[in-house]
Design a protein around this ligand. Structure first.
Ligand SMILES: Cc1ncc(C[n+]2csc(CCOP(=O)(O)OP(=O)(O)O)c2C)c(N)n1
Ligand code: SF4
Length: 343
């Protein structure tokens, strides 16, 4: 959002509060908090125009730790509250902080409607594939068969794919990053903030108490090069410890090829974040990393599009109505033209 009328020189520390942070030691939430604070400082943001709105969950304690405006709201409803706030005060820089349980279970309905309406807000979806606050029940992103306190014999539910869901709702900015790669996280947060419209950033976040290591395959230095694929606009999809593997499109099917004698970078899929069809294919590269034929998991910006924001469209409609019908009179409207007498 390019709204800052008062440019500031606040540091990351200026965005931290004096509250004790109540997350468990080692929780991935700390890394996200730190990067958000430094991104706001680097972007020259001020406190007066910045708002963090959350639902309920460990991640949703976030607004307490930000020296900005904020609201720790009700379970799954941060999206609805943020929509109302943006509609009435479009100048605000609004961030929604939500967990996978908060946004995809109780809040799933609100999330998809926020995305299709395209309010200009930044949604940070902390995905730890578990309910942290309520002590380790399976969540909508927990994988099938996952053993948790509420699924002692293994979860039967098929897991949600948050980015496929967002693309299905025609979101205009869809990205994935992780708590354990602060540089990548920061770059993605900056891009999300500068996008005009709803930006959905899924952040893999380690809950080291109830689901430790859920994403280690993508964060550990031994497995990350083979299992994580970093998307860069206009660049071929290359990965591997020695950058010796790539992904090419065989018709509509992505396939892994070795770079060398048979294939070169020129044969590979070139990332284009404006291409909705390729974005869908990327969102479907979601295999179980334990399967040896699994594709690497993409990180970065899957898709961006320009579309009018809801608050802009609403203002245009209000202007048009005033032009055609004149300024309204609230008292007159409330008094109404018709009265009934009940006998
Ligand atoms: C209406 C309602 N239903 C259920 C709960 C219980 N509850 C609180 S947080 C939560 C899930 C939190 O999980 P997630 O969103 O993944 O956040 P995390 O704690 O993992 O960050 C649930 C079910 C509640 N507080 N309110
Ligand atoms: S329970 Fe998990 S998500 Fe919640 S604070 Fe502790 S480590 Fe973090």
């Amino acid at each position: 959002m390019e709204n800052s009328t008062i440019k500031n020189t606040l540091t990351a520390k200026d965005f931290a509060t004096d509250q004790d942070v109540r997350w468990c030691p080692g929780c991935g939430d700390y890394s996200i908090l730190k990067q958000v604070q430094s991104v706001l400082a680097e972007l020259g943001k001020n406190r007066e125009e910045t708002v963090f709105i959350s639902g309920i969950g460990c991640s949703s304690r976030f607004p307490y730790y930000m020296e900005t405006y904020g609201m720790h709201s009700i379970h799954g409803r941060a999206t609805a509250i943020a929509s109302g706030l943006k509609a009435t005060n479009p100048e605000l820089d609004v961030w929604i902080i939500t967990g996978d349980g908060d946004s995809l279970s109780i809040g799933g309905n609100h999330l998809i409607h926020l995305l299709r309406r395209n309010f200009d807000v930044n949604i940070l979806l902390f995905n730890n594939e578990i309910y942290g606050l309520t002590k380790g029940q399976y969540s909508p992103t927990s994988r099938e068969g996952k053993i948790t306190k509420s699924s002692p014999l293994g979860a039967l539910d098929h897991a949600f794919n948050p980015l496929a869901l967002a693309l299905g709702a025609d979101a205009t900015f869809v990205a994935r990053t992780m708590d354990r790669d602060p540089r990548h996280l920061k770059d993605i947060l900056k891009r999300a903030e500068s996008h005009r419209g709803s930006s959905l950033v899924e952040i893999y976040q380690n809950c080291n108490v109830f689901n430790d290591g859920a994403f280690f395959t993508f964060t550990d230095k031994d497995t990350k090069p083979e299992m994580a694929l970093f998307l860069e606009q206009g660049k071929p999809l290359i990965f591997g410890a020695n950058n010796d593997k790539g992904i090419r499109l065989n018709g509509f099917s992505p396939e892994v090829v070795s770079l060398g004698s048979d294939y070169s970078a020129d044969d590979l899929w070139i990332h284009d974040e404006k291409d909705p069809f390729k974005a869908h294919l990327l969102s479907r590269m979601f295999d179980d990393p334990r399967d040896e034929r699994a594709m690497p998991r993409p990180f970065g910006i899957f898709f961006t599009a320009d579309r009018l924001c809801y608050e802009e469209a609403m203002q245009l409609q209000i202007n048009q109505a005033i032009e055609q019908q004149g300024e309204g009179d609230l008292d007159e409207l409330l008094a109404g033209n018709n009265t009934w007498k009940i006998e």
